[in-house]
Design a protein around this ligand. Structure first.
Ligand SMILES: NC(=O)c1ccc[n+]([C@@H]2O[C@H](COP(=O)([O-])OP(=O)(O)OC[C@H]3O[C@@H](n4cnc5c(N)ncnc54)[C@H](OP(=O)(O)O)[C@@H]3O)[C@@H](O)[C@H]2O)c1
Length: 275
């Protein structure tokens, strides 16, 4: 029912880089249960325009992402260094290991997975900038950073900008808005990468409450599923890329239909109202 016959992926600029990335990408956390099926799902997502693949050294899924990416042009591979590896030499070592597992020569977006107050951000960012200089990564991102942590990181960077902040953001998780992170990112041209955009699946298992009814009714008006409406709400915010994880081809294809159309302003506001 929700198979997309015409792929209309939309793109936005990553930070201030001038480079365009798709508004929907694919998460890979918790992949690994059925590798062949999951690889097929990633490939179906890629075919349908979700060419940004997000992984992390912590997930143990860089090899699956790498296998799906192998031999394919035009993908955008994002991975993350774990907070326990934020000392200079550890960042370099982690990046080399990620490149190896991914089977690629350069990571498109390398992200600090969580803040780590026990390592000076200056030391970590010096290593990240060295990786850019050496051609091992192209863009520097952060994840789970507050406004203050982004400001601190921006203050110590010499030659590069923070391209993105990956944060939890969905119709049921609005902390990033309340804490001013989404506004700060918009003003400073830092792309928001919305993780758990389907609330780890719980957006789709809600029953009968107001938000669920809103997703169903908006979906009904546009011929879209609840997952597609929830993803479209994030896309509608602008400056935001959502990275749903799908374990099956049908879910991946359905999720790609979260872009290529736009809900009405009143519909977006109706969902906003459930904050
Ligand atoms: N930076 C961070 O700290 C951080 C933290 C968490 C996540 N992430 C990233 O964000 C990605 C996405 O977040 P997430 O994996 O936590 O959760 P999510 O994408 O919000 O939800 C994934 C769940 O939704 C289900 N699902 C996906 N598409 C569906 C559809 N069309 N219909 C019904 N169910 C559907 C999946 O089931 P199936 O598997 O059966 O398809 C899975 O159970 C992660 O994979 C990871 O890359 C980053």
């Amino acid at each position: 029912m929700f198979m997309s016959s015409v792929i209309v992926m939309e793109f936005l600029e990553l930070g201030k880089s001038g480079e365009k990335i798709p508004v929907l990408g694919q998460g890979t956390w918790k992949l690994g249960l059925d590798r062949e099926k999951e690889k097929e799902a990633l490939l179906a997502g890629i075919e349908n325009g979700m060419t940004l693949i997000d992984t992390a050294e912590m997930y143990g899924t860089e090899d699956i992402a790498g296998e799906a990416a192998r031999g394919r042009e035009g993908l955008f591979i994002a991975t993350k260094v774990s907070p326990s590896h934020f000392h200079y030499a550890d960042v370099i070592k982690s990046c080399n290991a990620s490149l190896e597992r991914l089977g690629i020569g350069c990571i498109d977006l390398y992200q600090l997975h969580w803040p780590n107050s026990s390592v000076r951000i200056k030391e970590t960012m010096e290593a990240m900038e060295k990786l850019v200089e050496d051609g091992k990564i192209r863009h520097i991102g952060v994840s789970n950073f507050s406004v203050r942590e982004m400001e601190e990181a921006m203050g110590v960077m010499k030659r590069n900008e923070i391209a993105s902040n990956q944060i939890e953001y969905s119709v049921i998780s609005r902390r990033a808005e309340k804490e001013g992170i989404t506004d700060f990112c918009r003003k400073n041209r830092i792309t928001v990468i919305a993780y758990s955009p389907l609330g780890r699946g719980s957006v789709l298992s809600m029953k009968g409450d107001g938000l669920n009814a809103a997703l169903e009714e908006i979906g009904g008006a546009h011929g879209k599923s609840r997952a597609q409406v929830a993803l479209n709400w994030l896309v509608s915010k602008g400056n935001t890329v959502a990275i749903p994880k799908a374990g099956s081809m049908s879910h991946a294809i359905e999720n790609s239909g979260g872009a290529g159309w736009r809900m009405e302003r009143e519909e977006e506001e109706r969902i906003d109202g459930f904050l």
